[in-house]
Design a protein around this ligand. Structure first.
Ligand code: DAH
Length: 339
């Protein structure tokens, strides 16, 4: 039996070397190691081996089975490697890919924000920032917006349990900045998120983006306001853009205006489109800020200023002819790939 086992091993290992495909290897496995295979047949002869030889024959049996099994495995691996090498052989890995890797682009909102910020920085405005979770003081009171103003309703504003709120506009950054500056002039812009409890539809989201501006010094005039914002919107919409200042009301500016630009949609008659709010900072705002500062740097008798605010989502929609604001937050690449 020992001799038979040795012969079987020699035969099996020699046969393995001649096998060249998966199917042949499987046939081999069944023929030697399978239930009716030759090795299995031999091992069933164990019962006839005399007791004093069993140990030796059993060990041999295991040794031969291990040898055949590992021989089979290494043959399988060798064949697989050869197959892989053959496939790789036909590939020029220096060729550029067929699909290409798209480079992507900035979100249209990011693009318009960058354009607005770049333009205004060139005009001398510096970036400012403030928290999105705000106090009523910074969002309303200091901005001369009384407690009974509709914007302060629970139904319009997200209030937190501790009495703070999600800022309804970026105008709160005006107050934050004026509270902390050390010297005149104040000349800042603040792009950022604002929150309102609006019903979501094609023109409203509950989170949207604004850009606030503020310029305060000893002699800032309405002419400065007009010149700055006309210049700005001509940079955005083109040098011939007609800009109109229409009297309006905001609690924190007096006088206040809404700004319209006259724009032609392709093939249609030109239309006035409302684009921003602005005005001369109300002395009551300077008074409120002066009180918390405890000094006279921004005393209403000492300074004047202008402020403005606009919706960046709206600006992007007008510039690109986007009909539904929700496209801006859905992250559908079929939409985004156009910009
Ligand atoms: N805060 C106003 C809004 O959210 C926009 C605005 C209007 C900002 C006039 C200003 C301003 O600074 O002077 O609708």
């Amino acid at each position: 039996m020992l001799t038979q086992l040795d012969q079987l091993r020699t035969q099996a290992l020699a046969e393995l070397e001649t096998l060249t495909d998966e199917t042949a290897l499987e046939t081999f496995r069944v023929a030697y190691l399978g239930k009716k295979g030759s090795l299995t047949a031999l091992s069933s002869g164990m019962k006839d081996v005399p007791g004093d030889q069993r140990k030796e024959v059993g060990a041999k049996l295991n040794e031969v089975r291990d040898a055949i099994t590992s021989g089979l495995t290494s043959r399988q691996e060798a064949l697989q490697q050869a197959a892989d090498a053959k496939v790789a052989d036909g590939i020029d890995i220096t060729l550029p890919g067929r699909l290409g890797v798209g480079t992507g682009s900035l979100h249209p909102l990011t693009q318009i924000r960058d354009l607005a910020v770049r333009t205004l920085r060139r005009m001398g405005f510096a970036l400012a920032d403030g928290p999105e979770v705000e106090t009523e003081w910074h969002c309303f009171d200091a901005l001369n917006t009384p407690a009974d103003h509709p914007a302060r309703n629970e139904s319009d504003t997200f209030y937190l349990a501790d009495g703070r709120l999600l800022r309804t506009h970026t105008s709160s950054v005006q107050i934050r900045t004026m509270e902390s500056i050390k010297a005149l002039p104040v000349r800042i812009i603040a792009p950022g998120a604002a929150y309102r409890r609006d019903e979501i539809d094609a023109t409203h989201l509950s989170v949207f983006n604004q850009l606030e501006g503020l310029y305060v010094d000893t002699q800032v005039s309405l002419a400065d306001l007009k010149g700055t914002l006309e210049g700005f919107f001509r940079e955005i919409f083109g040098p011939k853009t007609v800009v109109r200042f229409r009297p309006h009301f905001f609690p924190f500016t007096e006088p206040s205006f809404e700004i319209d630009v006259k724009l032609e949609a392709k093939g249609k008659e030109a239309r006035w489109i409302e684009i921003a709010g602005c005005g001369m900072v109300d002395p009551a705002v300077f008074a409120a800020v002066s009180k918390t500062r405890g000094d006279d740097l921004l005393h209403p008798d000492q300074v004047t200023g202008f402020a403005f605010g606009m919706g960046l989502d709206r600006l992007a929609m007008i510039l690109h002819g986007i009909s539904d604001i929700r496209h801006l937050i859905e992250n559908d690449t079929r939409f985004l790939a156009q910009f």
